[in-house]
Design a protein around this ligand. Structure first.
Ligand code: SAH
Ligand code: SF4
Length: 357
């Protein structure tokens, strides 16, 4: 039985170095080496003596291998998609989206990494490429952390860094709850990767028990709930596993999350031509959400194999206007990376093409 060093929290690292008969400051040296350099194995942890490296190996600690199989960058250079392979041959995709400084009034670009939490997804949303592949496995915390560190390493070479993290890649993060939370603890711990908790967004299709659990955690992440429909009849067609969770249940869960955490929830709504984009649907959604301070983020559908298409721009804007007129704060997602299949719901499509070629 081995343990990957990228799943050991700083407090546990303190105990570990003491157990190995080392002084406590070695824990910080180890953490620094893990999160600021990119060691491929324990012998590359140059900051610590070889005697301690050997003791770590003898105690069953490893650094799992992960290799970049493919890298694709969009024409404008703002979106990069990586295909990463882990020890067990699992391949997943992760995406970096950059917004130049003039767009966010900063001197450095906003660099958002979009991570996957599962290989495939058990939720089966009909418009999502990941959902249509079925479920293969939950990613481990170290495999989630690796996706961020891989981009951190690339950015470091350009004097930039990861500023934001969204759990909007492949899979349902709250269906892989404990590994997702452990990854967040490692990525936000000031002695590990040190990313600001408020710079992280978890997107969920609506695992209600997970939402309530998350509200009780001592982590300040933002929450987005993928709603996609103003009523149960339509939602169950799009999210077949919605099962007993009604639209109303989701809205109540969002209210509880806000009440407990003080952080407002965003509702994501993938707009699909002729399916959920009518004026009537917009009015029904406005009615449902008005007065509770919710924010709606419209995602014009990215084409996948399912035969669904995106509405015309005019329709998207009309839908947004109805929500705004109804008193609901509503934005349209800035689209990034669709030409390299790096947009929402398209991940993994090319992986399959590549592996079956
Ligand atoms: N499982 C989580 C997070 C990953 S999906 C969830 O469903 O929220 C991230 C977002 O991409 C979700 O809002 C999802 O509905 C959206 N999405 C999936 N497929 C899409 C597609 N083809 N076009 C646009 N958005 C899509
Ligand atoms: Fe899973 Fe999210 Fe895709 Fe639905 S939209 S199948 S929950 S990844």
């Amino acid at each position: 039985m081995t343990t990957d060093l990228y799943r050991v929290l700083p407090e546990e690292m303190d105990e570990l170095v003491i157990r190995l008969g080392q002084p406590r400051y070695r824990a910080d040296q180890l953490l620094h080496a893990l999160y600021q350099a990119s060691p491929k194995n324990i012998s590359e942890l140059h900051q610590i003596p070889s005697e301690m490296q050997n003791a770590l190996v003898a105690a069953g600690y490893t650094i799992g291998s992960k290799s970049e199989v493919q890298r694709v960058t969009s024409e404008d250079g703002d979106t990069t998609k990586l295909l990463i392979k882990f020890d067990d041959e699992t391949q997943i995709e992760t995406v970096l989206m950059q917004y130049n400084p003039s767009q966010n009034n900063k001197t450095h670009p906003r660099s958002t990494v979009c991570v996957s939490t599962q290989v495939g997804c058990p939720m089966g949303c009909v418009f999502c490429a990941t959902g249509q592949m079925g479920f293969e496995k939950n990613l481990k915390a170290e495999e989630i952390v690796a996706q961020v560190l891989h981009f951190a390493h690339l950015l470091r070479q350009r004097g930039e860094h990861v500023t934001n993290l969204v759990f909007m890649g492949m899979g349902e993060p709250l269906a892989n709850y404990s590994e997702t939370i452990l990854a967040i603890r490692l990525l936000t711990h000031p002695r590990a990767f040190g990313l600001g908790q408020r710079n992280i967004t978890i997107s969920t299709v609506g695992v209600i028990a997970g939402i309530d659990k998350l509200a009780d955690e001592d982590i300040q992440v933002k929450l987005a709930i993928s709603l996609h429909a103003p009523n149960d009849l339509l939602r169950k067609k799009l999210v077949p596993t919605a099962g007993p969770h009604s639209v109303e249940d989701l809205i109540l869960a969002a209210k509880r999350y806000f009440k407990k955490t003080g952080r407002r929830v965003t509702f994501e709504y993938a707009l699909i031509d002729g399916i959920n984009d009518s004026n009537k649907a917009a009015a029904e959604l406005a009615q449902l959400l008005k007065g509770n301070g919710a924010h709606v983020n419209l995602i014009p559908m990215n084409p996948t194999a399912g035969g669904f298409s995106r509405p015309a721009r005019k329709r998207v804007l009309a839908f947004q206007q109805i929500l705004r007129d109804g008193g609901v704060n509503c934005t349209v997602r800035v689209e990034k990376g669709s030409e390299i299949s790096a947009a929402c719901g398209q991940l993994r499509t090319d992986v399959i093409k590549n592996t079956t070629r």
